[in-house]
Ligand binder design. Sequence first.
Ligand SMILES: [Zn+2]
Length: 246
Amino acid sequence: MGREMRLLGPAGRLVYSHAMTKRGIITLLVLVAIAIAVVLVLTLPGLLKSEEPEPAPVYVIAIDAGHGGRDPGANVDDIMEKDINLAIAQKLQVLVDAEPNLTAKMTRTLDIFVSLEERIRIATEAGATIYVSVQANSFVTEEASGVETIVSDTRPLDDDAWILAELLQNAVSEATGARDRGARSQESYMHRAEMPAAMVEVGYLTNPAERSLLVDPAYQDTIAAGLLAGIKQFIGYRYPSTTPSE
Ligand SMILES: [Zn+2]
């Protein structure tokens, strides 16, 4: 019935003795093959993965629609700032989410009150790279018009928030053709944000001509496109090696 195998240890002592049948050898070979296969299956994905390039990072863009719920913001002829802000912010959300390396995190998607602390907390917990608040302006006279962008006055001049603000300001002014009022600092809840944060006042509800534009979905699209352009420029500037070229 097959050969006798005797294995002797260093001292000449018999350590293993077994009558290996043909079936036994085949079984052993199958077990060894299975063991090799298991090791390959467990290690190959890791080996292959290390040879592939790192997946391109996806940057979280916190988009804040200013005001909401019991806080309407500016209210001119029953046109409420909170509604204009949300409409533009949601258009921007669609554009941001369509970008392969960007994803939007909204601080609100409904007409609800969200505290200023909560807005920053939402952005922070989402790991947002930047914070962009969409607002509409108002003034005591009708003449004031145009776009301006606000940075927290706690940000030093070499802070990236200023770069973000300038890029957003330029892009929205250029897209809309509205008066460019520039970027400036003021006391703001955005001092709580650790990421670069800017608030874009996209136009004046108190200016009759600009108010009729701000309620127009096509003009809101133009503003959103301008905001996206500024966001993409900032990401391209801040993370040049990880941003796909176009
Ligand atoms: Zn506002």
